[in-house]
Write a new protein. Sequence first.
Length: 154
Amino acid sequence: MIDLRKVKQEDIDNLMERFHKDMKNSIQSITQNDLNSIKENLLNELYKPYSQLSTIEKMLVANGCGGSGSLINPPKFIFGEDCGEHDWGYAYGGNKIRRKQLDKKFYEGMKKSIVRSEAKGFKRIYYEFWAFVYYLEVRRHGAKFFNFKTGARL
């Protein structure tokens, strides 16, 4: 059994880097058309929670925290799952009401992540600040990334 108290952050970072390289190497042979087809099939399936998506599915629908070219980049290490869940909801799409619900769920998820982190003092204030700013930004600029569906009931 590994004594987690002796594991260094550098070792964790190296392990994660190797994992990402292995993932990239394993999907290099997939063409862009293959990826688009997989993504389209995924979006046509019945909605399933982000946590139930495979690693490859998550890579196809979620870009992590911070939009393409975004000036706002909240702490990924604490909000990563919340950002992925939000990206998945946006990719799946729906109507204006669903978008608003997803954004609210995103903000609530970030607040829960802060509580789970047990951050105190300035660190907690820092996380709360970024959660609120990021929520405001997705409300303000997120519509252009949301998959609005004609006649969507969601």
